[in-house]
Design a protein around this ligand. Structure first.
Ligand code: PEP
Ligand code: MN
Length: 445
C-alpha cells in the first residue's frame, strides 16, 4: 500500500489546518520530522488492535482518557504521573467492580492540535488567529504567539517522546504494580466519597493478592500494565511525516501514537484526513456527532476498514445527553445489520458543553453520566456491546466541570482552578466517581 504525497493530500481539501505564513519553514520542519525515529513500534499498534478486537466482540472495555489539549508546559513528571495514576485507579475500579478486562488508552503523548469552530478570536476589539493547540500556535493572546509556527511540530515530537518515555517507565517499572493499589489513592482524593469507596475496594484487592501469594501464584499481570497512546490525527504535516513503512510487513503505520482518531469536524469522506487514515494500519477511530447518519457511518467503515478487520475501527459517538437516546439506536442498528465490525465507544464530553454564568466553558457531571447511561441503555436495547468511554480528564484538583458527588464543584467555583487551555476536564475525584458509576452500569450490562 502506498501513501499519497502531502501535496496530494492537501489537494483533496483538508479541514482545520493552520495557515502557515512561511512555507520554507514548514518544509524544514517536515524534513526534520521525517528523520526522527518512530515514537511507537508497529507491533505495539497491532497488539492494541487485537485488544480492541476483543472490545468489539464484547469481551473487554476501553477506557480512553486524558487532556482535551496537552501543552508543552504540562510535560512535567508530576503532571504525567497524575494523569496516569487516575487512569490506573479508574481501570482498577472498572476491572474489579465489573470483572471485565479494561484496555487502557491515554489521550496523551501527542494530543497537541485542536480543531476550532472559528478561525479567529476577537478580544477587546483585537482579532487574532484562534488558538489551535500548542502544535500550531501559542495560547497567549498576542500576534506573535498566535501566528502558526511549524517548528512547534518538532516540539510536539519531542514532548511526546518525553511523555511516552516516562509513561513506559511507570507502567513497566513498578509504579503500576497492583501492590501499589493503595498508594495511588493519595492526597485530596483519599478523603472524598469516591476515594473512600476506592480504599475499600483496594483492601479487597489486597486480600485477594495475599491469597494468591500464599498459594504461590505471582503472575506478571500483577506487576505491569499495558498502556497505549492516542491523539486526534489533525495536522497533516505531522501525521504524514510520521507515517512510516513497517520493516516487518512492508505496510504503513502512523508511528506518532498507537491509536489515532478523526475528529467530528474532519471526517469528510473525500477529505484528506479520511484518505490518510485509510492508508495506515494502526487501529483508528472516528468521532460521530448527532449529524452523522447511518449511511455516513457505513461509508466511513467501507473507506477505513474495507476488509472488516475486527479491532481496526472504533466509532466514538458524542451525541449529547439529550440526543443520544433518539439518535444512537438507528445508527447502531443499521451498522450492525450491515455486519460491520466496530467497537462502540461513548464520548460523553463533547456533546455536553455549555457556557457557565461565570463565562467559563463547562460541562455538568450529571450530563456526562446521563449520556453514558443513555449509551448503555441503547446498546442493551439493540443487543450490542457498550465498548467503552472516551473522557477528558486530569489527575489534578481542577474546577472545570460542575457537579459530582459530595465534593461537588459549583458554577461560582469554576474560576478557582480552571487550567484547561481548551475544553473542561473532569478532575480526579469526578473521574473516580465516573468510574464507579460506569462499573455499576457494566455490571448490569
Ligand atoms: C476532542 O476530542 O477534543 C474534540 C475536538 O472532539 P470532537 O471532534 O468530537 O468535537
Ligand atoms: Mn475536547
Amino acid at each position: 500500500m502506498t501513501i499519497p504525497s502531502l501535496q496530494d493530500l492537501h489537494g483533496l481539501g483538508a479541514a482545520q489546518q493552520p495557515t502557515y505564513p512561511d512555507r520554507a519553514a514548514v518544509d524544514a520542519a517536515v524534513t526534520r520530522l521525517r528523520t526522527m525515529p518512530p515514537l511507537v513500534f508497529a507491533g505495539e499498534c497491532d497488539d492494541l488492535k487485537a485488544k480492541l478486537a476483543a472490545v468489539s466482540r464484547g469481551e473487554s472495555f476501553l477506557l480512553q482518557g486524558g487532556d482535551c489539549a496537552e501543552t508543552f508546559a504540562g510535560v512535567t513528571a508530576d503532571n504525567v504521573r497524575n494523569k496516569l495514576r487516575v487512569m490506573l485507579q479508574m481501570a482498577v475500579v472498572l476491572t474489579y467492580a465489573a470483572s471485565v478486562p479494561v484496555v487502557k488508552l491515554g489521550r496523551i503523548a501527542g494530543q497537541y492540535a485542536k480543531p476550532r469552530s472559528s478561525d479567529l478570536e476577537t478580544r477587546g476589539g483585537v482579532t487574532l488567529p484562534a488558538y489551535r493547540g500548542d502544535a500550531v500556535n501559542g495560547f497567549h493572546f498576542s500576534p506573535e504567539a498566535r501566528t502558526p509556527d511549524p517548528h512547534r511540530l518538532v516540539d510536539v515530537y519531542n514532548s511526546s517522546a518525553a511523555t511516552l518515555n516516562l509513561v513506559r517507565a511507570f507502567v513497566t517499572g513498578g509504579y503500576a504494580d497492583l501492590r501499589q493499589v493503595h498508594t495511588w489513592n493519595t492526597d485530596f482524593v483519599r478523603d472524598s466519597t469516591a476515594g473512600q469507596a476506592y480504599e475499600n475496594l483496594a483492601h479487597e484487592i489486597d486480600r485477594a493478592m495475599s491469597f494468591m501469594h500464599a498459594i504461590g501464584a505471582d503472575p506478571d499481570e500483577f506487576h505491569r500494565v499495558d498502556f497505549h497512546s492516542s491523539h486526534e490525527a489533525l495536522v497533516l504535516e505531522y501525521e504524514h511525516a510520521l507515517t512510516r513503512i513497517d520493516s516487518r510487513t512492508g505496510l504503513p503505520y502512523d508511528v506518532s501514537g498507537h491509536f489515532v482518531w478523526i475528529g467530528e469536524r474532519t471526517r469528510q469522506l473525500d477529505g484528506a484526513h479520511v484518505e490518510l487514515v485509510s492508508r495506515i494500519r494502526n487501529p483508528v477511530g472516528v468521532k460521530l456527532g448527532p449529524t452523522a447518519t447511518a449511511d455516513d457511518a457505513l461509508a466511513l467503515a467501507a473507506r477505513l476498514n474495507p476488509d472488516n478487520e475486527p479491532g481496526r475501527l472504533t466509532f466514538i459517538t458524542r451525541f449529547g445527553a439529550t440526543k443520544i437516546r433518539d439518535g444512537l439506536p438507528h445508527l447502531v442498528e443499521k451498522v450492525t445489520a450491515a455486519g460491520v465490525e466496530v467497537a462502540w465507544v461513548c464520548d460523553p464530553m463533547h456533546g455536553n458543553t455549555f457556557e457557565a454564568s461565570t463565562g467559563h466553558k463547562s460541562r455538568r457531571f450529571d450530563d456526562v453520566i446521563e449520556e453514558v447511561q443513555g449509551f448503555f441503555d441503547v446498546h442493551r436495547a439493540v443487543g450490542t456491546w457498550p465498548g467503552g468511554v472516551h473522557v477528558e480528564l486530569t489527575g489534578d484538583d481542577v474546577t472545570e466541570c460542575v457537579g459530582g458527588g459530595g465534593e461537588s464543584v459549583a458554577e461560582v467555583d469554576l474560576g478557582n482552578r480552571y487550567e484547561s487551555v481548551c475544553d473542561p476536564r473532569l478532575n480526579r475525584v469526578q473521574s473516580l466517581e465516573l468510574a464507579f458509576l460506569v462499573a455499576e452500569m457494566l455490571r448490569k450490562a
